[in-house]
Design a protein around this ligand. Structure first.
Ligand SMILES: Cc1cc2nc3c(=O)[nH]c(=O)nc-3n(C[C@H](O)[C@H](O)[C@H](O)COP(=O)(O)O)c2cc1C
Length: 664
């Protein structure tokens, strides 16, 4: 056994955890009507259990819908019609040998989507498709520990004592309901800025009654909630308490306070789950969900500090992808349990693979936050490197091939590699041609960028998987129509990619001008002062990289907004990263000429000159469509995929390649 500590079982009360790897709470918003668990949701959680996790937690089950919900699509624990759906999740998880847990949550002053007396729904306007009509008795008010005139979502009223007492009961009732539905544990959400953390927070909770002010008073609600749950579920039923070991921001509490809190709940709960950050603070949400710009295991330090001070088993979470690191965390007593969020999407089979010596085949999460973005935009999950996420039910359907086809894949980038692997796995004969001497495509240029480490590993892993199959790999081979026809394929995947777009700006041919992908590969070609033309993903990430190498960067973007100005976790991380000293941003500014000493540009203030040693072009890609079109009559079935259709994201390329190859 390579990871003996990681796979040591743990018995707590009535629950047996088969290893130390838990799937951390991850809400699922593709719910059925009236927020009942959907079949997709059941399959989503069950999939994690099938992959070997010891515990799988359903995220954000709301204990009191009328006052406590922060999103209109969360499971309502008061609703008895959730029984069959919740039972199916609990069964789905436990029949695969994992412990099913329900995360019990109340959003407090960050609740939204409550209904006003006139029937309108607070917050609904900000949502696409918000079918958020609720039967609430609370008149749409927001309640928190103290009165706040201008809270993040409007006025917050001080929560009256009778409401506090009622919510304590609701936590207990929700836990009892989870147990009735077949769950083997509950996870109290006491972190990330929600109600319980609002009450424990020294900065937020300045109440002067018995629920606030002193530490003892601030502890009253969390402790009463634990007691209420314990009364409802009994001694043997495990209670996990999730909270932020540190809020990791200028205004939040630090680890010393986190330790104090952990000591106060030590022995009263069964697992102390140490997360970090404050979900409602844009700058610390990227600590809760560590961005790709942060190191792996960045939040383990908080759990380690708490572990030294308590007897209760401690769980750690955040940016964990490597089984060796996890083994070390447990072996060196930094924590007893590791919890994986995004990694459980990148590879739900993580535990099984680590246990059976297949760690090289683990898809490691790149922390691109595609998952997060899709929960917000379409209420479903997607993963850039796992095309089955969001389609778990569909992925379970076996698709035997009716005839073995000869498949030619033209292009060995993200899409081409995925198409070749999927087609080959299903038993087709596959020839994969790549015109360069390496698989991986355009993103190989980022090989040396520290925060793209996991992307690079992903490309290597796909290439290694290809090497292990019967795929006939032909490097340095460009697929011309003649070659394609001569190979007589039944199917062609035209995965030819894209090339950088070079705008017709005077001076673009100057010796000081370089294109982004070339500079990524050879950053030494840049001088100390750099101008990056284009504030899209490529321009921003390249600027962050160059800045980390000590260069001063000016990003010039023609549009009013950088791509960072959109919502989205990864973009918040960008936003944080581009605040670094040494990065300047000029918006709504158009470059009119590149000169040997920089650029001339114009904006509403008129013309301006920006000096630099190097000017980088990062204004997008041109798809290689005509090269793809030329292959359209070279086989009975032809599929154009990936960037050669339209330059897009990794998730689009992987999803398209996998799905079409799965169906041929
Ligand atoms: C898509 C998504 C949904 C999440 N939903 C919840 C949730 O409902 N409740 C919660 O406490 N944390 C939630 N989290 C946070 C994770 O449980 C975890 O703490 C965080 O992602 C950091 O771990 P990771 O780096 O392994 O992803 C969510 C995270 C993601 C990416």
């Amino acid at each position: 056994m390579k990871y003996p500590k990681l796979f040591e079982p743990l018995a707590i009360g009535s629950a047996v955890f088969r290893n130390r790897i838990f799937a951390s709470p991850q809400g699922y918003y593709n719910v059925a009507k009236d927020n009942l668990p959907s079949l997709d949701e059941i399959a989503y959680y069950e999939r994690k259990a099938r992959g070997g996790f010891a515990s799988v937690t359903v995220g954000d089950c709301i204990v009191e819908d009328s006052t406590g919900t922060h999103y209109p699509f969360l499971i309502r624990m008061e609703d008895r019609s959730t029984l069959p759906g919740l039972a199916a999740i609990a069964d789905g998880v436990s029949r695969h040998g994992a412990v099913a847990s329900a995360e019990l949550s109340h959003a407090g002053m960050y609740a939204r989507f409550v209904k006003y007396p006139d029937g309108s729904v607070y917050g609904a306007d900000s949502m696409k498709n918000a079918n958020a009509q609720r039967d609430t008795t609370q008149g749409g008010n927001l309640y928190g520990p103290v009165y706040i005139e201008n809270g993040k979502y409007g006025e917050v009223l001080e929560m009256p004592e009778e409401m506090i007492l009622r919510i304590i009961d609701k936590f207990g009732a929700a836990a009892a309901w989870a147990k009735t539905c077949g769950f083997g544990m509950v996870t109290v959400h006491g972190g990330h800025g929600w109600l319980l953390s609002q009450f424990m927070s020294p900065t937020v909770n300045t109440r002067t009654d018995r629920w606030g002010g002193s530490f003892e008073n601030r502890m009253r609600l969390p402790l009463a909630v634990i007691e209420s749950i314990r009364k409802n579920v009994g001694r043997n039923f495990p209670i996990e308490y999730r909270f932020s070991g540190s809020e990791a921001s200028e205004v939040g509490y630090d680890i010393d306070y986190g330790v104090k809190f952990a000591e106060a709940i030590d022995g009263k709960v069964d697992i102390i789950h140490v997360s970090a950050g404050d979900h409602e603070d844009d700058r610390s949400i990227v600590v809760t969900h560590p961005s790709m710009f942060m190191e792996d295991g960045i939040n383990v330090k908080y759990a380690a500090e708490i572990k030294r001070r308590v007897k209760t088993p401690v769980a750690t979470v955040g940016a964990l992808t490597d089984p060796e690191m996890m083994e070390d965390i447990i072996a060196s007593s930094k924590a007893d349990i590791v919890e994986l969020g995004r990694q459980s999407l990148a590879d739900p089979d993580f535990p099984l693979k680590a246990r059976t010596g297949r760690e090289d085949d683990i898809n490691k999460c790149m922390r691109c936050n595609t998952c997060f973005e899709y929960t917000g935009s379409i209420r479903s999950l997607r993963c850039a490197i796992n095309p089955e996420i969001g389609f778990e039910r569909d992925a379970q359907i076996p698709r035997p091939i009716s005839e073995r086809k000869r498949v030619l894949v033209a292009g060995g980038g993200i899409a081409g590699m995925q198409a070749a692997l999927t087609a080959s796995k299903r038993g087709h004969e596959v020839i994969l041609c790549e015109k360069t001497d390496k698989l991986g495509g355009i993103l190989r240029c980022e090989a040396n960028v520290p925060f793209k480490k996991h992307l690079h590993e992903y490309l290597d892993r796909q290439a290694a998987r290809i090497a292990q199959t019967a795929i006939d790999l032909r490097l340095n081979t460009e697929v011309t129509p003649e070659l394609a026809k001569s190979l007589k394929p039944d199917v062609i995947f035209a995965a030819l990619g894209a090339v950088p777009y070079i705008p017709p700006i005077p001076g673009i041919d100057g010796a000081n001008v370089i294109e982004a992908t070339e500079l990524y590969a050879s950053p030494e070609k840049a001088g100390a002062k750099v101008i990056v033309i284009g504030g899209g993903l490529v321009g921003i990430e390249l600027s962050v990289y160059l800045n980390s190498l000590g260069k001063t960067v000016t990003i010039i973007e023609a549009l009013p907004n950088l791509v960072t100005d959109d919502a989205g976790m990864h973009l918040l991380a960008h936003d944080e990263a581009v605040r670094a000293p040494g990065i300047t941003i000029l918006r709504e500014t158009t470059v009119t000429e590149i000169t040997p000493s920089g650029v001339i540009c114009k904006n509403d203030n008129g013309e301006l000159t920006v000096s630099a040693d190097t000017v980088v072009i990062a204004v997008g890609q041109t798809p290689l469509r005509s090269a793809a079109f030329a292959l359209y009559d070279c086989a009975p079935e032809v599929y154009q995929i990936g960037d050669s259709v339209t330059p897009s994201r990794i998730v689009t390329a992987t999803s398209q390649a996998y799905t079409i190859a799965r169906d041929i």
